[in-house]
Design a protein around this ligand. Structure first.
Ligand code: BTN
Length: 326
């Protein structure tokens, strides 16, 4: 175990060295000298990086050159160049796991605020309302954040919308203009691109922790029949963006909006984004509760993120959280 960790660190250090010199050759000798490891070890780590999917050119006497980093999620690389103070500073990456939400719950007690679990594949991905979340290997961003805010449990549901706003902002940076189906589905060209599943462990007046799970379809092409009409991916909509870049941007946008709320009770930017990019305001929708599905018109989103709806009989209601369909 200890040896494995040391090897990981060295491999990451070799990778970092190559990234810093991207586009030019660096000799094996130079890498071995700067990292204090043998040439054979350098070579071993280079082969292993190639196996991970990094494209590394080599030429005799000139050394190695990083050409491309495909679409790899490398936790070290993400958190190193990340401009946040706690979100994503610690990343646990797994090639395959049941559910990242469940995994983070199992380590929540001993983990710090802002820890993130990311998986390349989920075998038991969970959606809202007990549904299954399709999370095929390499196809998307399947991740969960651990949050330990000092707020009352009844103030937590808005965190889902904060995440939605952060995701939309992050996608904007890559020229993707997505919408939010209140409270927490991210929609692109009328289809679902991303879902959020927020879980909480709390006492009646105190939050132990919150798990914020996000699933974004990035490269998915063939969805299962049941969802093929309603789901989409960035790839399907014509966007090729690296998962690591989106993840970094989600962390940065989320931290800003989340800290505004937790520290200053300020939801201004979040509500502005949720309103401007709402996929439901002005539309006829269904409000779904435990027992029924009621037709209503979505009127607006209030200053605190509630969805204001008007039913057929003229009765108005302010929804704090829940599920609506278009
Ligand atoms: C939904 O729209 O129903 C919510 C989907 C949430 C999926 C994500 S993927 C990462 C995290 N782990 C899970 O098991 N689910 C969430």
């Amino acid at each position: 175990q200890v040896l494995d960790e040391r090897m990981m660190t060295l491999k990451d250090r070799v990778l970092k060295y190559l990234i810093r010199n991207k586009g030019s050759f660096v000799s094996g000798e130079k890498i071995s000298e700067s990292l204090g490891i043998s040439r054979a070890a350098v070579w071993k780590h280079i082969s292993s990086l190639r196996q991970d999917g990094f494209e590394i050119d080599s030429a005799s006497r000139r050394g190695y050159m990083l050409i491309g980093d495909a679409d790899i999620i490398n936790p070290q690389i993400i958190s190193d160049s990340l401009r946040t103070s706690f979100i994503g500073k610690k990343i646990i990456y797994m090639d395959s796991i049941g559910s990242t939400n469940d995994h983070i719950k199992s380590i929540a007690g001993g983990s710090t605020d802002g820890t993130v679990v990311i998986a390349n594949e989920q075998t038991k991905g969970k959606g809202r309302m007990g549904r299954y979340w399709h999370s095929q290997k390499g196809d998307g961003i399947w991740m969960s954040m651990l949050l330990k805010p000092h707020i009352a449990p009844n103030k937590a549901s808005i965190i889902t919308q904060i995440a939605g706003a952060a995701i939309v902002k992050a996608l904007d940076e890559f020229g993707v203009s997505a919408m939010i189906k209140w409270p927490n589905d991210i929609i692109l060209n009328g289809k679902k691109l991303c879902g959020i599943l927020t879980e909480m462990a709390a006492e009646i007046d105190r939050i132990n922790y919150i798990v914020l799970g996000m699933g974004m379809n990035v490269k998915s092409d063939n969805f299962p029949d049941e969802i093929s009409d309603i789901a989409t991916s960035l790839y399907k909509e014509g966007h090729a963006i690296k998962r690591a870049d989106i993840i970094r941007s989600i962390f940065e946008n989320f931290e800003r909006l989340y800290v505004d709320y937790i520290k200053n009770d300020d939801l201004k930017e979040v509500v502005e984004i949720c309103r401007e990019r709402s996929a439901v305001i002005g539309k006829d929708i269904y409000v779904i509760t435990w027992s029924e599905k009621k037709k209503a018109r979505a009127l607006d989103i209030s200053q605190n993120g509630d969805l204001l709806v008007e039913y057929k009989d003229g009765r108005k209601e302010s929804l704090v959280s829940g599920e609506v369909s278009i």
